[in-house]
Design a protein around this ligand. Structure first.
Ligand code: UD1
Length: 337
């Protein structure tokens, strides 16, 4: 079975490629290297002893997308990761985000339609729920007005896919709503590669412990939570990667319920920022310098997944805990120069 992975050299994409190769899939990657590095391909090969084919294509180039599908008509499924993902940047450059995340999705779907290809997995986010009224968050929770252009692109992306699937019964798709992806492959051959100053908590923590950053800022300790800091559901990237393969097989084996489905991917457990810091210090024996600062604009108080649907319908459950994820992220950080 031949699977196209767009954004396959990115953080979640590369780990998913490893899982696919380990399970005998043939993989072809498209990536424009805008937020990834060609060295990731070598990491994938060192882990799997396999070399997936790679095409450096920017999916905004409609003709190149068409050319790719013309040559690769034998694709059995598509996992679409390619997108921009920084919330703050999306506020500064909304048009870039709409072009990168929406145009590219439409172009890929148009070419899949032309070739009558099915089995589409979409990279979505728990950001579609905003601050949910009830915790843990189920897939039935209402979609709240997006706080950022990035969040809006995930909502619109899901809508585009469900609209298309509605009238094209041959086409099957699953949207996976990730909570907070963290960690790295246990070999530390691949991991998260933030460009510039990391915006996300875990890479900021590991870079601070490594001495690359002076101090971690904890954005607010006056939230209505037990210790006053925000709560998130940190899910190991290896668990996420595995979930993509499970979701893909559900479509390939025609086990899906409707032809468009959504699943939350999280551990079901919420951890506060201070708990993350403490766990990191404990499992790595590193002292982490941090200070409490003002709240970050746009942050929600608390989000963690209800994992029941993913557990029972998809047949997937996370295996790793926060300590495992932080340990692997630290091992990966130590390998960076
Ligand atoms: C954000 C997005 C999410 C996106 C993810 C990855 C929202 C609501 N969330 O998640 O959709 O998939 O980024 O790009 O749009 N923190 C600090 N200090 C730091 C960094 C973070 O205290 O230096 C805190 C934050 O306030 C937050 C927690 O750590 O409480 C996690 O933050 P972060 O890793 O940025 O992820 P989210 O904002 O949850």
């Amino acid at each position: 079975m031949k699977i196209l992975v767009t954004g396959g050299l990115g953080f979640i994409g590369s780990h998913t490629v490893v899982c696919l190769l380990n399970q005998g899939f043939e993989v072809t990657i498209i990536d424009n290297l805008s937020n990834s590095s060609i060295s990731v391909l070598e990491g994938i090969t060192r882990i799997t002893q396999e070399s997936p084919t790679f095409s450096r294509i920017d999916l905004r180039d409609k003709q190149k997308v068409a050319d790719f599908f013309e040559v690769n008509q034998d694709i059995d499924g598509v996992i679409h990761f390619a997108a921009s993902k920084a919330v703050g940047e999306s506020v500064e450059k909304p048009l870039l985000y709409y072009e990168n995340n929406i145009n590219t999705l439409v172009y890929v779907l148009q070419e899949m339609r032309r070739k009558q290809l099915s089995n589409f997995i979409f990279s979505s986010s728990c950001t579609v729920y905003g601050q949910a009224d009830n915790l843990p968050i189920t897939e039935e929770a209402p979609i709240k007005k997006a706080e950022s252009p990035y969040g809006n692109t995930k909502q619109i992306g899901e809508r585009i896919i469900s609209d298309y699937a509605k009238d094209h019964k041959y086409f099957k798709a699953i949207a996976l709503r990730y909570f907070n992806p963290v960690g790295a492959h246990p070999s530390a051959e691949i991991g998260e590669l933030p460009i510039g100053v990391p915006q996300n908590l875990i890479p900021f923590i590991t870079q601070t412990a490594a001495g690359k950053r002076d101090m971690l800022s904890v954005f607010g300790d006056d939230y209505p939570t037990e210790d006053g800091t925000c709560i998130r559901d940190y899910i190991h990237v290896m668990d996420l990667a595995e979930a993509h393969v499970v979701a893909l097989k559900r479509l390939l084996n025609k086990n899906n319920g409707q032809n468009y489905e959504v699943f939350n991917l999280g551990t079901g457990k919420g951890n506060s920022v201070l708990e993350v810091i403490k766990t990191f210090e404990k499992v790595t024996q590193q002292k982490l310098p941090y200070k409490i600062t003002a709240r970050r604009e746009g942050d929600i108080i608390s989000a963690y997944a209800d994992t029941q649907k993913a557990n029972s319908v998809l047949g997937w459950k996370s295996k790793y805990n926060l300590a495992d994820a932080l340990k692997s992220a630290w091992k990966w950080q130590q390998k960076q120069e």
